[in-house]
Design a protein around this ligand. Sequence first.
Ligand SMILES: [Fe+2]
Length: 277
Amino acid sequence: MRGTLSIDPDFGVFRADALDALDVFFRTHGFAILRGLYSPDDLAAMLAECVDAQTRVANGELAERHGNSILTDAAAGSRFANYVQYITLIAPATRGAVLHPTLTALMQRWIPGGHLREHSRFGVVYQDARAGVLSGYKRIGWHSDWQSGPQLDVWPSAAFTIHVDGTSPENGFLRVAPGSHRWATPAPYRNANNAPVPEGARAAGGHTQLEPPFPMPLGFEKVHGEIAVYCDAGDMLLHDAYLWHSAAIATEPHAVRRHIRGAWFSGKPDAVEDDYL
Ligand SMILES: [Fe+2]
């Protein structure tokens, strides 16, 4: 006879036949995982076209808006790209996955009348995180997505991340503060990179006027009550744009963590001519 865990190992994980339960969990905790939406073949098709786009960015073969490469070996002239921006505009299988009717229906529950941004700032991105010294993206400190544009009229918003790779301590993972989407988180008047708060920014963003129980850390410090959210390959991680989250660095220098991320927003839909905004 085998033993079992004393907690539900699939805490926060739902399949497409339990969307009402997923919805309740998401509204309560600010995040949820949707499992089983994509087949291995779907994932392979997304990965093939995203990696192709990534290579083309590294080689300077795509328009500048799709991303920049970094020099990884000056002597050999090797270049690498951690991101491909506006990925849905050049990757049809990925676009199809992002517009999956189940995801679209969930987003309409949370952001009624909302839209996926594809043509402007906050468009859909293919991201390849790795820990190596020459990587341009390894980890990110505590933030809520709202803080990246507190002056914009696009909130509330809900984000999705399609995991090409499963996550673990070895290749990096998401840390979240459950329930923090309800707190009125201040715009980052003080932050690690001294970025100025834009003109016209709202003072705080969250689903209630409740003050956070403690200030958001400036970097990677432990938050009281935080949990790790691990995903399997093919999982869709959903999170509220007001949720406090951060991404831990990989412990294995050669591990990769690739995903496709984007969000649905309130307000006026963007349009093709909004490019570069
Ligand atoms: Fe984020």
